[in-house]
Design a binder for this molecule. Structure first.
Ligand SMILES: Cc1cc2nc3c(=O)[nH]c(=O)nc-3n(C[C@H](O)[C@H](O)[C@H](O)COP(=O)(O)OP(=O)(O)OC[C@H]3O[C@@H](n4cnc5c(N)ncnc54)[C@H](O)[C@@H]3O)c2cc1C
Length: 481
């Protein structure tokens, strides 16, 4: 163990996406000592990944919203905040001066101490646990887009399956790049369209996003082999993908309705919307709650992005999925709130700018209700069945989880000790939500009453050598490392 010689910061921001960049700009303008950590090699987050390094031809494919991030990126790179790319945070804990953040930088352990912390580490794709999703040849739409943004890597042909704006966007980008889309299997249940109708009014308040959504949907419907109201997708193939089987459900989809179809392919990209990456907030003990419309857990947010833990804020997709514009606004509010923390009598809500920003955030969250209603996952997606693998790390099936839940286990944490589900290298990131759904279904109780998986460090795998480089406080802590 090494001595604790970590530098002390006023504000440590995890994530250099729109939220983290906007917060750092505001906080550093106010003269705070700001540190920004991001595991990626370049700033920009998910939407502006690799922006600035991309070829003009790539930018044409990625579209206008991608290039629109350039001014924010330039402002961030020019601001006074210290930015360290390629640093992956794997542990955070309370410290005498605030918080101690442990990370890996070029394979070595590094630690930082900060009085205040902003979690702006974004979202992940909602795991879509369908039969065969663990086979080589299946990946997520987000992973496909990462390859496109970082390395201009494209498949020759692909089947896209699932639901949500990112799937439509990727279809558009792939078409622009000349990729053959063999099929676009849309799993959005028809009932969602009815449910979304009253929310059109909310959507109209953000006309740019609404028009983009309608345009993307219509273009894919007419320009790709589009199949709507798809259910029960199954990945075929023994050792790797060689096809996909699916059912077209419901009476409104014509003569094919209710029939099972098969399609030959060797690459399937799945997507089922986004959920916040809650692991850090959970590790810190921030209060979380179930959001019914978004069908996921969220960190409870108070004014200025504050959480139930003093000194910890969340912003952007890490707080509630809302897209890049909202992430940027929330980041600004979080940074301004931190900057005003030590100014007695001044609060963001007493300032005109703060009031304006807050009303904009409120309105955009309301408008997002349309997307939440329209793209809610179908029940067959949330509740996998039979021998479908739910926990890929430990190879635990839906049937095994359901049997133990029916036998009366108290929740997913006890289920973990019986089955090892959630105990693997991903620390339950890929199975945690489905485990909650399955326990709720088996025990016939609301999912909001199922306590999610408890988090323990490290949040991502590290070696014993890297652990030994940690200062003594972190290794002796109550977290048990
Ligand atoms: C795969 C994927 C692709 C997306 N593509 C698009 C798109 O093309 N267009 C669009 O409008 N929206 C896209 N989104 C939605 C996107 O999340 C938001 O629009 C927007 O980027 C949210 O901004 P943010 O700042 O909240 O988070 P993000 O932009 O997600 O930024 C979070 C940052 O935190 C960093 N981070 C995470 N964990 C750690 C850690 N342990 N240590 C250090 N750093 C960490 C990440 O590297 C990332 O840079 C995508 C989402 C995902 C998951």
């Amino acid at each position: 163990m090494t001595e604790d010689t970590a530098a002390v910061y006023d504000y440590l921001v995890i994530g250099a996406g729109p939220a983290g960049m906007a917060a750092s700009i505001e906080a550093s303008k106010a003269g705070l000592k700001v540190l920004v950590l991001d595991q990626e090699a370049t700033a920009g987050g998910q939407i502006y990944r690799n922006l600035g390094q991309t070829h003009p031809q790539q930018e044409n494919v990625l579209g206008r919203d991608y290039v629109a991030g350039k001014p924010l990126l330039a402002e961030f790179m020019a601001c006074q905040a210290e930015y360290r790319p390629g640093v992956q945070v794997w542990h955070i804990e309370a410290h005498a001066k605030g918080f101690l953040v442990a990370a890996l930088e070029s394979g070595k352990s590094v630690t930082f101490v900060t009085s205040d912390l902003l979690l702006a580490n974004g979202a992940m794709e909602r795991p879509m646990a369908i039969a065969g999703w663990q086979k080589p040849g299946v990946m997520t739409a987000g992973a496909g887009q990462i390859l496109l943004k970082t390395s201009a890597l494209l498949p020759k042909q692909v089947v896209l399956a699932g639901s949500g704006p990112l799937l439509l966007l990727l279809a558009q980008q792939y078409r622009a790049a000349g990729v053959t889309i063999l099929a676009m299997l849309d799993t959005t249940p028809l009932v969602n369209y009815w449910r979304a109708i009253p929310w059109m009014l909310a959507g109209i308040t953000t006309p740019k996003q609404l028009l983009k959504g309608i345009w993307l949907t219509l273009v894919q419907r007419f320009k790709t082999p589009y199949v709507s109201n798809v259910s029960h997708i199954e990945i075929l193939g023994k050792d790797k993908v060689n096809g996909v089987r699916y059912t077209v459900a419901g009476p409104l989809t014509g003569p094919k309705a209710g029939r099972v179809h098969e399609l030959h392919c060797d690459l399937v990209m799945l997507h089922q919307g986004l959920i916040p990456q809650l692991q850090m907030a959970r590790l810190l003990g921030c209060e979380q709650h179930w959001h019914d419309a978004k069908q996921c857990w969220q960190t409870r947010m108070f004014e200025g992005g504050k959480t139930s833990v003093s000194g910890v804020q969340v912003a952007g997709d890490n707080g509630a999925i809302g897209g890049a514009d909202l992430a940027r606004l929330e980041g600004r509010i979080a940074g301004l709130t931190r900057a005003l923390k030590n100014e007695t009598g001044a609060s963001l809500s007493t300032r005109f700018e703060g009031l304006w920003l807050k009303s904009k955030v409120k309105q955009q969250h309301w408008a997002r209700g349309l997307v939440d209603q329209l793209y809610q996952p179908a029940p067959w997606v949330s509740n996998p069945a039979g021998d479908t693998i739910v926990c890929r790390c430990e190879q635990v099936s839906a049937d095994q989880v359901t049997a133990i839940a029916k036998a009366g286990c108290t929740g997913v944490n006890q289920l973990k000790t019986f089955t090892r589900a959630g105990m693997g290298a991903c620390q339950g990131r890929q199975c945690g939500l489905n485990l909650c759904h399955l326990v709720a279904q088996a025990q016939d109780r609301p999912i909001a009453t199922v306590e999610p998986l408890t988090l323990r460090p490290p949040l991502s795998p590290i070696t014993l050598g890297q652990l030994a480089q940690m200062p003594s406080q972190a290794t002796d802590s109550q977290t048990g490392i």
